[in-house]
Write a protein that binds this ligand. Structure first.
Ligand SMILES: [Zn+2]
Ligand SMILES: [Zn+2]
Length: 262
């Protein structure tokens, strides 16, 4: 319990924490490799991800934080090998609330279903510190034995956002640099100008299958649509509280199962 799986292919699965609102629940990617597995992002840490992953594989695991935000970094502390970008090393090591961006509007929205997690409180929720055991940066390569991923530094949404790109299969794990939804460039450590450059780069990368930090996966055409809309000044979320309240008034069930088109 606590996780559900969407199987993409023989090697890639999307793992999702249950009881977290759709719009906030990050995608946890489990990539099975010949020599070791990757766990890309770790959710909010409401249940033990490591315990669950160990029911799925016997291989060594490298856990990767695409960035330090609370919706991605909550389970990272459980893993022995914790990799991410040095620009957010301090946030990973600190955990807590503010540095991992559980702050402002994001700490005012009910993002966890009280029916499933009755002990959760937006007043006391905090991320367990997870100091990185190694850094990943632009140009680094992770060789799983049967496939390799290049590390892309994709700053803008956050300074240490990274993506993993398999140039052979054209599969990209993009974190929150791009997903099929309204993009976020308003965190205190976001940088809109740098973000534009990152998105221009992703537009022309050649990725054909994008597994993102949130929402269902998509292909090249949708990648370009999302990015073009953002660059044209659309497709951003300014104020999460207003957005949440409006949707709640419209009767949106934030905890209803997402429709996943693979
Ligand atoms: Zn984020
Ligand atoms: Zn996120």
């Amino acid at each position: 319990m606590g996780f559900k799986v969407i199987r993409i292919d023989n090697e890639i699965s999307c793992v999702q924490e249950t009881g977290v609102a759709n719009f906030m629940r990050c995608n946890i990617w489990h990539v099975k490799g010949r020599d070791y597995d990757l766990v890309i992002d770790t959710g909010m840490g409401l249940n033990s991800l490591k315990k669950w992953i160990l029911t799925q594989t016997q291989k060594p695991i490298k856990a990767i934080g695409t960035h330090s935000h609370f919706d991605h970094s909550g389970g990272l502390h459980e893993f022995d090998c914790r990799l991410g970008h040095k620009a957010e090393a301090d946030a990973f090591a600190s955990g807590g609330r503010t540095k991992v961006m559980y702050r402002g509007g994001w700490s005012k929205i009910e993002i966890v279903n009280p029916k499933e997690h009755p002990d959760f409180s937006i007043k006391t929720f905090s991320i367990t510190p997870a100091p990185l055991t190694g850094y990943l940066d632009e140009g680094d390569v992770l060789d799983l034995g049967n496939r390799t991923f290049q590390i892309l530094h994709l700053p803008g949404h956050s300074p240490g956002s990274i993506g993993l790109y398999d140039a052979q299969s054209k599969v990209l794990f993009s974190g929150d640099a791009v997903y099929n939804g309204q993009l976020l460039d308003t965190h205190p450590h976001s940088d809109k100008l740098v973000y534009r450059a990152t998105l221009e780069r992703l537009h022309d990368l050649g990725a054909e299958e994008i597994h993102a930090g949130h929402e269902p996966s998509f292909g090249t055409l949708q990648l370009r649509n999302i990015i073009s809309a953002y660059l044209a000044g659309e497709n951003t979320m300014a104020d999460p509280v207003t957005w949440y309240n409006e949707n709640t008034k419209l009767g949106v069930d934030h905890y209803k199962d997402q429709v996943w088109v693979s």
